[in-house]
Design a protein. Structure first.
Lengths: 506, 506
C-alpha cells in the first residue's frame, strides 16, 4: 500500500474544508449585498458596513493562514498529473493562485476596503442624486488610495493596474486590453459615423404604457425560456441591476422598471439571466471548490452580453417574442411592426449613459472608463480631476459635451465599490460572446430557425455543455481555445457588428 | 500609576471584540433567517442550512475558545464593584453566563442542531400543508433527541427542561412556570365558562373587503404611532409573523394578510411592533455587548403582548383608531360601532389556533405546549405520541376535539426550530405586561385620555425609559422589581382579565 495516498487525501480534505467555508462566507456576503440593494432600511447602512467588514476579514483570515499556505504549497507540489482533467490539480492550481494573491494583502487593508466600500456606496448614491461630485470626492480619494496600496501589495510586472485586473480576468494585462481597444475603437467609431452620415435620424425609443405587473410576467417568461430556473432564484427591483449567487439553488436577478418603456427592464433581465444561468449551471456537487466557480468575469460577461444582445436584440429572437409582447400590451407596439421595433431596440447614437448604450457605442464607454481607471491606479490622474478628464475624453470619443457629473463620471456604481479593473471585462465579454456565436453557429446550423420557433435550448445547452459545467477547470483563454479553436480576438466582434448594422441601416 | 488598570482595560477590550464579533455573526444569521422566511427561493434551502450551520459553529467557536474562557474567568474575578451600575461588571456577568452555557455544548452538537433546524423547517411546512404529522416525525424525533442531549450537556438541578428554559428566560425553572400556570389556568377557565354561560354567542369575527395596499398604509401608521421608526426597519409578508433585529438601525417586522379581515395583520403588526420598538430602543452605542441586548424573551414578549393586547385591544386605543379605520375602509366596519367592534376583536371562545386566540384562552394554549415539551425533554413522552397527547390535553382544557394535526400539534413553527423552552415566555410576557400596566398607570394617571387622543408617547417613553434602555443591566426579575416594586406574580394578569372581560360581557 502506498502510504502517501491517504495523507494527500486527508490533507486535501482539510484544505477543501477551509476553502469551502470561505466560499460559504462569500455566499453569505453576497446575500448581505443583495439585501443592501433591495430591501435594507436606510438606517441599516452602518451596521451593514460592519457586518461586511467582519465577513471579509474572516474570509481573508481563512484563506491566508499559515496552515492554508503550508497545505497549498505541499499539495500543489505533490499533485499529479498536473493537467486540467485532474480535479485535484485544478483545485490546487486555483487555491494556490488565490492564496498567493490574498496572502500579500494585509488583513487591515482588506477590512478597510470592505468597510469603505459600503460607506462609499452611500456617498456615491447621494452624489449621483444631487449630481455633485464633491460629495463623493473624499471617499473616492480614499478608495483610490487603498486600491493603489492593494496593487502595490499584490505586485505586478508592468502596471499596478494589472494587479487589479487579474482579480476579475486572471492573466490579462492592461497592455492586452489596450490592444483589443486599438482593434475595436476605430471600426466602432467608423460605424457610428457611417450610421450618422446615413442621414436618417435614429428611430425614437419605445414609448407607451406598459404596466409593471405585466412586465413582471413577461420578463419571467423570457428568463425561463432562456433556461433560467425560477425555483432557484427570484427577480427583485433595484436602482442598478445585478445578479448574484447566494449559493447552489439560489441565484437571483435584479432589475429596474420603466412604465413607459418595457425594454429597459426586459434587456436588463436578459443580461442578468445570462449571468444567472451560468451560476445555476455551475456543478452543484463542486460548490465550495474552484470546479464549482465561474472562470472569470470576462467569461461571465460574455454570457450576459450573449443573452442580452446576440440573442435578445436579434431578429430571430423577436420573430418569436414580438407577437407575445404585442398580445401582452395591446396597441402599444403594434404600429412599429417587427422591422421598426428591431430598429428601435438597436438604435445607434452617441449618448451619455453606458447602461443605455447600444452595442456599437457600448465599448467606447468602456474604453473611456478603462483609460481613466488605469491612469488613476498608475498615479497619472488625481481622483479630484476625474470629472474634467471624463468630460474631455467623452468629447474626444463621442463629440458630445457632458451636461453634469450624473450623466458623466458619477453614473456607474463600480468605483464606489472599489472595483477598479472590472470595466474591461464588459468589452472582453463582448469579444468572447462574438467568438462563441461564431462557434455555436458552426455547431448548430439550425440555430436561427430554432430561435424563431421559440426554442432557445440550443443556446443554453451549448453554453452549459461547453462553458458552465467546467467551472474553473480551464483558464479563460484555454477555455476560449477549446470552445472556439481561436485565441482572443476582437475581429469576430467587429465582423458581427459590421454585418448586423449594415443590414439594419442598409 | 496603577499598573493593573491598563491590563484590565486592554483585556476587557479584547474580550469585548470577541463577543462583538459573535454579536455581528448573530445579526448576520438573523438576516439569513429573515431572508429564508421572506424571499429565499425554494431550492435555496439546502445551501441556507449549510450557511446557518457554519455561522452557528463560528459563533460557538468564538465564545467557547480557551482564550475567551480564560479572559472571562480572570476579568470577572477582577471586576469591581460587582453591581449592576458598573458597565464592566454587567458585561462580565453575562459573558460568564454565556461562556459557561456554551462551553458545555460540543461544537458538533451546535452545528448539527443548526443544520437540522433548517431541514426540519421545510419538513414541518410540508407536513403542515398536508396536515400529515408523519412527514415531520423523523426529523422531529431527531430534534427532540438532540435537544435532550443539549440539556444533558448544559446540566440542571431538577429537570432537563430547566436547562433549555434558561436560554430564553435566565434563572426561571419548570417548577416556577408550573406555579404561574397553577395560579392562572383555573381562573382563566372560569372566565371562559362564565362568558360561555352568559348565553350570548361570541360575536362574529370582522369580515369585509380590506384591500391589502390600504392595510399596508394602516399598519405602518399604527406602528409609527406606537414609536416604531420606519427608517430603521420594514414590514414584509410571511407565513408566520416575527420580528428580527439585523443590527442597530435595522429592526424588521413581518406579518401575514387577510383580505377579508384587516385585524389579522393589524394585531400581528402591533405584536411585532412591541418587539421591534424594544429592539430599536436598545442603546446603539452598546451593540455587541450585553448592555445592548434585550434582557430575556419573557420581557421581550411582555412588550409585544403589551402593544398587541393591553394597548391594541383596549377601548382607549380604538377611540382614536376606529374613525381612522372607518375612513380607510368606507362601509366595512361602520355597522359594528365602537362597542361592537371592541367585542369582535375581544371575542372569547375556545378554538384550535394559538396565534388567533383571545387574551383569555391564549395562556391555556401555552400551558398545553409547556406540558408537552416538558414531558418530551424529560423523556416521559415519545415524539411519535405527540399528536395523541396534544389532542387529549386539548379536550381536557378546551372541551374540543382537534380535527387534524394542522389545527393541532403542527400549527406552530417553534418545535421545527428546536426552540423547546420558548413557549412559556409568552405567558411570562402576559404576566409581566399586566404588571407593567399597573405600574404605568400609577405613574401616568392620564394614560387613558392620552391614548384616546392618539398620543401613545406615554407608553413608549415609559417602556424605553424603564426597560429598553437598560439592555441586560438588570436580570429579568430584578428589572421587574425595579419597575413594579413586585415579585413576578400572575395576580395582576388575572385581575386585568377579570376586569376587562366583566366590563365587555357585562
Amino acid at each position: 500500500m502506498d502510504r502517501e495516498r491517504p495523507t494527500f487525501t486527508e490533507k486535501f480534505r482539510q484544505l477543501k474544508e477551509i476553502f469551502s467555508q470561505a466560499a460559504h462566507l462569500r455566499g453569505i456576503r453576497r446575500l448581505l449585498g443583495w439585501d443592501q440593494e433591495t430591501y435594507m432600511p436606510g438606517n441599516g447602512q452602518e451596521n451593514r458596513a460592519e457586518q461586511n467588514a467582519l465577513l471579509s476579514e474572516m474570509i481573508h483570515e481563512r484563506i491566508t493562514s499559515r496552515r492554508t499556505g503550508g497545505l497549498v504549497e505541499e499539495l500543489f507540489e505533490a499533485v499529479s498529473p498536473k493537467v486540467p482533467e485532474n480535479d485535484h490539480f485544478v483545485c490546487l492550481r486555483e487555491w494556490k493562485r488565490t492564496y498567493n494573491r490574498q496572502a500579500r494583502l494585509p488583513s487591515s487593508l482588506v477590512k478597510e476596503l470592505a468597510r469603505q466600500s459600503v460607506i462609499a456606496h452611500k456617498a456615491w448614491a447621494e452624489a449621483r442624486r444631487s449630481t455633485d461630485f464633491s460629495l463623493f470626492k473624499p471617499v473616492f480619494k480614499r478608495l483610490v488610495q487603498l486600491s493603489r496600496q492593494k496593487a502595490m501589495c499584490l505586485g505586478f510586472e508592468h502596471s499596478p493596474y494589472d494587479a487589479l485586473l487579474d482579480e476579475y480576468e486572471p492573466g490579462t494585462t492592461a497592455r492586452e486590453i489596450n490592444g483589443f481597444f486599438s482593434d475595436l475603437v476605430p471600426p466602432l467609431q467608423a460605424t457610428v459615423y457611417k450610421i450618422a452620415g446615413h442621414g436618417t435620424c435614429p428611430p425614437p425609443p419605445i414609448s407607451g404604457r406598459f404596466p409593471i405587473e405585466a412586465q413582471r410576467v413577461l420578463v419571467r417568461l423570457a428568463a425561463t425560456a432562456l433556461g433560467y430556473n425560477p425555483a432557484s432564484g427570484r427577480i427583485d427591483t433595484v436602482l442598478h441591476p445585478f445578479s448574484t449567487r447566494i449559493g447552489p439553488g439560489d441565484c437571483r436577478i435584479t432589475t429596474r422598471w420603466s412604465k413607459s418603456d418595457f425594454t429597459e427592464a426586459f434587456f436588463a433581465v436578459l443580461h442578468e439571466t445570462g449571468h444567472a444561468v451560468y451560476s445555476q449551471n455551475l456543478p452543484k456537487e463542486h460548490y465550495g471548490t474552484p470546479l464549482g466557480e465561474s472562470v472569470s468575469m470576462g467569461i461571465h460577461e460574455s454570457q450576459s452580453r450573449f443573452y442580452e444582445n446576440i440573442v435578445g436584440r436579434s431578429r430571430h429572437f423577436w420573430k418569436y417574442f414580438f407577437p407575445i409582447v404585442k398580445g401582452m400590451f395591446p396597441g402599444e407596439i403594434d404600429h412599429l411592426g417587427l422591422d421598426g421595433f428591431l430598429k428601435a431596440i438597436n438604435r445607434v447614437r452617441p449618448y451619455f449613459i453606458r447602461v443605455e448604450a447600444d452595442e456599437v457605442t457600448y465599448n467606447l464607454h468602456v474604453y473611456l472608463r478603462f483609460v481613466i481607471e488605469r491612469e488613476l491606479i498608475e498615479g497619472k490622474l488625481e481622483p479630484g480631476d476625474v470629472p474634467d478628464r471624463w468630460n474631455s475624453l467623452f468629447m474626444e470619443l463621442f463629440s458630445l459635451e457632458v451636461p453634469d457629473d450624473g450623466a458623466g463620471c458619477l453614473q456607474d456604481v463600480h468605483w464606489s465599490g472599489a472595483s477598479f479593473g472590472y470595466f474591461p471585462t464588459y468589452t472582453l465579454g463582448n469579444i468572447y460572446a462574438a467568438m462563441f456565436l461564431k462557434a455555436l453557429r458552426q455547431d448548430f446550423p439550425g440555430l436561427e430557425s430554432a430561435m424563431e420557433a421559440g426554442d432557445f435550448s440550443p443556446v443554453f445547452h451549448y453554453l452549459k455543455e461547453n462553458i458552465h459545467r467546467h467551472g474553473q477547470r480551464y483558464r479563460p483563454v484555454e477555455l476560449l481555445g477549446k470552445v472556439t479553436g481561436d485565441k482572443p480576438s476582437a475581429a469576430p466582434l467587429v465582423e458581427y457588428i459590421d454585418k448586423k448594422y449594415s443590414e439594419l441601416y442598409c
